[in-house]
Design a protein around this ligand. Structure first.
Ligand code: AKG
Ligand code: FE2
Length: 249
């Protein structure tokens, strides 16, 4: 199954050069079949798994964080582990670092947030905060949209005009880390279409799978689902003890 996916020989090949340190974009990270299989699992998850916000709904695996701590130390379910985590860990970061989670407390992501964005929904500009090792791996499913990056002004207030946009296509992997994690904010505008897309306005244009799909500069949004993989720094010991009593769902 893996044979149809061509991974880069190192993340350096996939670096988004227009951005500060550091972001990487891999367009065909999973196959159509893998995308469908994951979407099917997301959609058929028990109702209680979903948390409904005003416009968006989300799932957390294996559980929510409580005071920045993962209480539930169960491993990720198989459908979130393979193929994404194994593939992610197989890509060298550099000559000396085997992968992007080398040096993180658990050496791999232990938490996945699933967000569903129908057209006209987004997420306010924010930083991801201190609960996580500063590496965010996002797999996009179903539809393309732009992630905006923002900077705070001198006075600390948010400049509402994004400094960059990253176009995330379905089946792509985006990794953000370092300054992009700590210094910049990210968000998604609640719009029905991303407009004015071009080599000049999209930071990862040269890495896109299908730039010719946007020659009119337009991306009409459909429902986009994202899987955000991170390593939560603190995992409760109590959770680890209780872990074996639970069955994987
Ligand atoms: O869905 C996305 O791509 C972004 C989600 C996000 O920023 C977050 O969950 O912290
Ligand atoms: Fe975020």
């Amino acid at each position: 199954m893996d044979s149809q996916i061509n991974l880069p020989s190192s993340l350096e090949v996939s670096r988004i050069n227009a951005l500060p340190s550091a972001a990487y974009y891999i367009p065909d990270f999973i196959s159509d079949e893998e995308e469908q299989a994951i979407l099917n699992k997301v959609e058929t998850a028990p109702k209680a798994r979903w948390r409904q916000l005003t416009h968006r709904r989300l799932q957390t695996w294996p559980s929510d964080l409580v005071q920045d701590t993962l209480l539930d130390a169960r491993p990720l379910p198989d459908w979130l582990e393979a193929p994404v985590v194994s593939r992610l860990l197989s890509i060298p970061l550099s000559d000396t670092e085997p992968n992007i989670f080398t040096g993180s407390p658990h050496g791999r992501p232990n938490h996945v947030l699933i967000n569903e964005y129908p057209p006209n929904t987004g997420i306010m500009p924010h930083k991801d905060g201190a609960a996580y090792y500063p590496v965010v791996c996002t797999v996009s499913l179903g539809s393309s949209l732009c992630l905006n990056l923002y900077k705070s002004k001198q006075d600390g207030a948010l400049d509402p005009e994004p400094v960059w946009r990253i176009l995330q296509e379905p089946r792509s992997l985006l990794i953000t880390t370092a300054d992009l994690y700590s210094e910049y904010l990210h968000g998604i505008e609640p719009i029905s279409a991303d407009i004015d897309l071009s080599e000049q306005t999209v930071a990862n244009w040269s890495l896109l799978r299908s730039p010719s799909s946007y020659t009119d500069g337009l991306n009409q949004r459909q429902t986009r689902t994202s899987l955000t993989y991170r390593d939560v720094l603190k995992v409760s010991k109590l959770g680890a003890k209780l872990g074996p009593m639970f069955k994987r769902r």
